[in-house]
Write a protein that binds this ligand. Structure first.
Ligand code: UD1
Length: 359
């Protein structure tokens, strides 16, 4: 049996590392080939993640880089097709909802190669989000759909996808977090940055709806106000940095703007944060597992399980709502919630069992 794994962006690496590890352990005689599309290419967005996650170096680098959605998707398809023609895999494994996910699923499906989609069935019901389109297509084309929350079952059934294709195995991103727990817990990144554990806000923002227009300027003004009440640590995604340089000037007292962080440093900060403000999907999940209050600057989430868990609050796509965070923190009940079912560090092992049984 031959398996090809396709990754392209930072969160893809976090979701896929345990899957490669578990499948290599479960099927040691199979071929395991990792393809990196190069959608993310900066050292801080890609290479450091391979180092920290123990992910095998990619066997193929497609170097598709940045571009419009069509360019990025088309370049990935064009460069992946000959690799798949050469490798002739029995299964292509692809995670998440980025353009690389869409391109890989489409290329494999056209070549008659079975697709396994990791993190299947999430829906924001907002087709203006590029990720929603990517999810819909990847799920429709996949033979094995690996689910990490129960609402995914209903979402997929509503699209006519048969239960036999669905496998509720849990959250492989949380597998990575659990595996790295001892390492990030002992790092003390907050102290290194000079902020008090429990007393600072950690911010990540990168979605086009927020950072590609005037809302970014309003958000930065709100963050400067928040920083007057609690220190704000904001490692800036390259997309956001580009827009900031175009529109906005620098630091303010209490507002620490920085480069993207490695995963261990980021997890260390997240675990120690008093609050997290984000528009990321994965961070809504990681804060849920860690029991850290998360405020999501979006109108919707494809991860309602994080709201039900009580850790995540949808602020809306409204920078003014950032001003509500201090009061919301003061009102908060005690006690971290239970993590959602099967967010337990063993999702990739269950996934590997399903793949092994399919042979
Ligand atoms: C992509 C995903 C998004 C995911 C995010 C995680 C899509 C449609 N979007 O968004 O779902 O949440 O990754 O980080 O697939 N850039 C660099 N260096 C890099 C990568 C990007 O400078 O290594 C800059 C470039 O200016 C590029 C811009 O960031 O044009 C956007 O990159 P792109 O890959 O198109 O989307 P992301 O915003 O990173």
């Amino acid at each position: 049996m031959r398996i090809v794994y396709v990754v392209g962006t930072r969160p893809n690496l976090v979701k896929t590392a345990p899957v490669v590890g578990a499948l290599r352990a479960r099927l040691p005689d199979a071929g395991h080939t990792v393809v990196h599309t190069g959608q993310h290419y900066d050292r801080l967005m890609s290479e450091v993640f391979f180092d920290e996650l123990g992910m095998p170096e990619p066997d193929h680098m497609l170097e598709v880089g940045s571009g419009s959605h069509a360019e990025q998707t088309a370049r990935t398809m064009e460069r992946l097709e000959p690799v798949l023609a050469d490798e002739r895999p029995d299964l292509l494994v692809v995670p998440g909802d980025v353009n690389s996910t869409l391109a890989a699923a489409l290329t494999a499906a056209k070549m008659g190669i079975a697709v396994a989609h990791v993190e299947s069935g999430l829906r924001s019901f907002d087709r203006t989000m590029p990720e929603e389109v990517n999810r819909l297509v990847a799920d429709e084309l996949s033979e094995l759909l690996f689910l990490h929350s129960d609402e995914a079952v209903e979402n997929l059934r509503a699209e006519g996808i048969a239960d036999e294709r669905m496998h509720f195995v849990g959250n492989t991103m949380i597998d990575t977090l659990v595996a790295l727990k001892d390492r990030f817990r002992s790092l003390g990144t907050a102290a290194r940055l000079g902020v008090e554990p429990g007393g600072f806000a950690l911010v990540t923002l990168h979605r086009p709806a927020l950072v590609d227009g005037p809302l970014l300027g309003e958000t930065m003004a709100e963050l400067r106000d928040l920083a007057a009440q609690m220190p704000v640590v904001f490692p800036v995604h390259p997309r956001t940095r580009k827009m900031m340089e175009a529109e906005i000037g620098g630091d303010a007292p209490g507002l620490l703007l920085g480069e993207p962080l490695g995963y261990l440093d980021f997890l260390s900060l997240m675990a120690d944060a008093g609050a997290v403000l984000t528009d990321s999907g994965g961070i809504q999940e990681e804060t849920t597992y860690l029991g850290v209050p998360c405020f999501t600057l979006r109108d919707n989430t494809e991860r309602p399980v994080t709201i039900r868990a009580g850790t995540n609050t949808l602020l809306g796509l409204d920078p003014a709502a950032i001003g509500r965070i201090p009061a919301a923190l003061a009102d908060r009940g005690e006690g971290p919630p239970e993590p959602p079912p099967l967010w337990d560090g063993h999702a990739a092992e269950r996934l590997a069992e399903v793949v092994a049984a399919r042979r």
